[in-house]
Design a protein. Structure first.
Length: 635
């Protein structure tokens, strides 16, 4: 084994580029592929499989339940890897219950009610808008979750549509499937071996939209997420606001594997996290290649753990010394063949060593950081202490050694995970579910679930979807935003206004009012769109959109009785348009009352004067005429 081979791979040189420093071509050279899983709560009054109210959150609770989770065999007699990993954490789960929002079904003490028909119809409507092929029967399945987020240990889910697509800049983005499922609990705290949840969100209906991995740049992934978000929102069938939607982002590069980054609450965070994950996979492939060149294999990495509690007791490293004084034990794990690799950058501001720290934090529940130190780090143990640790491990000073401390049982789990992660490094990129961190990087959350966690639900029969039911839903579908934009472009509405109006609540009002402009030369669709998007006039004085008010106003505009400037003031009744002579008099009067001061730069001063004049005119004079009069007066 040649452990002293130099590391000259450019993929392992730092510092790594921050997001925004790479052109799109670099991602395509990596073979980047991105897919999305978008979870969106449906706007229903009841939960999915019971009659509890949906959408009611509260910080108070009436009872607590303690549970421990255990994995179960799949239909094929196999365990899911994620379930086994969660079982190793030995977590106790505490549920905070509020009588108003939870029932015995959700605690797995009663069978489920029938699938919420309102929720299913809403899911079908969105599947149709995504151009999905609908299933003829909705079959309920159980998806195992042992992290405690669902008290039953499984989530009920059902596929509604498959093989859909949405347009993006002249090409199609595939929609693999749309499923309807029950939402999970809200996590309150996770510390050590205890995790706490609130159950008010539990069981709320949501849809999961899964795209194909058709996006090849970080920006494309965010654009598709935005497109799907806007599509469901224009339907009015989904909830909005904090926590109503969240995304999982699937990322891979050529030679890597699919990594799922979960719980992304903001679409704006997607580009940076895709960039970071692409860099991470590139680095992990380079580490794999370096290990293979050195002759390091999974088989050559043995479970070799050395108790070094006595060796490091009294160390000058304060956090280790305090832990040992409190009864902790310390164990060393040598990693032959990893010289120079643990310090290799994998993400911006992140090295390969954090991959080991994350596994220890999540699986061994040693979550007080730092939870391990390495002989390649500075500011940990002293050089003499590291020499004694290396001697205890019977390795050379060049061999990296990781030391981990804590309760004996947790340290044993941590050591096994360190060796397991080292073995995975010889294969490249392990299949994982990861979590987005505040700085745009990501950290380990759990092993990526496999097909063994899914099995049929025996409590609920399949739901037939009658053709007549589908036709009724299809007849009431809203127009998707991209078709709305096409219509607006045909009417001469500019790109920015068309984009905004296509997803705005004023769209139905525009379609009602636009035909009244056909015989008018005074008001164009572009102006109507601008007026409707103006917040001051989209809601008249009674704080509700009044179509009859708008129809009267548009007719008056078409006859020239009032001006768009008058409507934009937000007045209940726009002022009548002034004749040109009266308009000139009003502009002159406004100029005479111009306050002292104002900017001296010519262009800024002109805009300052126009602002004063237009406020004084209160929409009685066209802005273009007012500007001409102001320029004449200043010349």
């Amino acid at each position: 084994m040649s452990q002293d081979l130099p590391i000259d791979d450019p993929r392992l040189r730092g510092p790594l580029p921050a997001y925004g420093q790479w052109p799109p071509e670099r991602y395509r050279e990596l073979g980047l592929k991105v897919g999305l899983e978008i979870h969106q709560q449906l706007l229903t009054t009841r939960k999915l499989f019971c009659r509890c109210p949906a959408g009611r959150y509260a910080p108070e609770h009436d009872a607590e339940i303690l549970r421990h989770m255990r994995p179960t065999l799949s239909e094929l007699g196999e365990y899911d890897g994620t379930a086994l990993m969660e079982f190793k954490t030995r977590k106790q789960i505490i549920y905070l219950l509020r009588n108003e929002t939870v029932c015995t079904y959700e605690m797995d003490d009663a069978p489920p009610f029938e699938l919420n028909a309102e929720a299913l119809e809403r899911a079908i409507a969105i599947a149709l808008l995504l151009n999905c092929q609908l299933v003829s029967e909705v079959h309920i399945a159980r998806k195992q979750y042992l992290d405690g987020s669902i008290p039953t240990g499984f989530q009920r889910t059902a596929i509604v549509g498959v093989s859909g697509h949405v347009p993006l800049r002249g090409r199609r983005i595939g929609i693999r499937q749309l499923a309807i499922e029950e939402d999970s609990c809200r996590e309150v705290a996770d510390s050590g071996h205890t995790r706490t949840y609130r159950t008010d969100r539990l069981g709320m209906p949501l849809i999961e939209t899964v795209t194909e991995p058709d996006m090849t740049t970080p920006e494309e992934a965010a654009d598709v997420g935005q497109l799907l978000r806007r599509l469901v929102r224009v339907t009015g069938l989904v909830r909005t606001g904090a926590g109503a939607a969240r995304q999982d982002v699937n990322v891979s590069i050529a030679g890597g594997t699919r990594i799922e980054v979960k719980g992304v609450h903001s679409l704006r965070a997607i580009p940076a996290l895709v960039h970071s994950e692409a860099l991470r996979q590139r680095a992990l492939l380079a580490i794999r290649d370096a290990l293979r060149a050195r002759g390091v294999s999974a088989e050559s990495l043995r479970e070799r753990f050395v108790d070094v509690t006595a060796v490091v007791r009294g160390t000058g490293c304060q956090f280790i010394r305090q832990a040992l004084e409190g009864g902790a034990v310390a164990t060393a794990v040598p990693l032959p063949g990893f010289a120079g690799l643990l310090d290799a950058p994998t993400q911006p501001r992140t090295t390969f060593l954090r991959e080991f720290s994350d596994r220890v934090r999540v699986i061994a529940c040693l979550d007080e950081l730092p939870n391990l130190v390495c002989s390649t780090q500075e500011g940990t143990l002293g050089s003499l202490e590291w020499s004694r640790v290396a001697k205890a491990c019977n390795v050379s000073a060049e061999t990296p050694v990781i030391v981990v401390w804590g309760r004996a049982e947790d340290v044993a789990t941590a050591c096994r995970e360190i060796v397991l992660r080292a073995r995975e490094a010889t294969q490249g990129v392990p299949s994982e579910t990861r979590q987005l961190l505040d700085d745009g990087t990501n950290g380990f959350e759990r092993i990526l679930p496999g097909p063994n966690r899914m099995y049929p639900d025996t409590d609920l029969p399949p739901v037939q979807v009658a053709e007549s039911r589908l036709q009724a839903i299809a007849a009431d579908l809203p127009e998707p935003p991209w078709r709305r934009r096409e219509r607006l472009h045909e009417l001469g509405v500019g790109e920015d206004l068309a984009e905004r109006l296509s997803r705005h609540a004023a769209w139905p009002l525009f379609t009602r009012l636009a035909p009244r402009l056909t015989a008018s030369e005074r008001l164009k669709p572009q102006q109507l769109a601008s007026l409707l998007l103006d917040r001051r006039c989209a809601r008249p004085a009674d704080d509700a959109v009044d179509p009859a008010w708008w129809e009267r106003t548009i007719d008056r505009l078409a006859r020239g009785e009032i001006l768009p400037e008058g409507v934009a003031t937000g007045a209940d009744e726009p002022p009548p348009a002034a004749a040109e002579s009266d308009g000139r008099r009003r502009v002159a009067a406004a100029l005479a009352e111009l306050p002292a001061g104002g900017p001296a730069q010519p262009r800024q001063r002109e805009e300052w004067i126009m602002g004063h004049v237009m406020r004084a005119l209160r929409g009685r004079v066209p802005g273009r005429l007012a500007r001409d009069i102001v320029k004449e007066a200043r010349s």
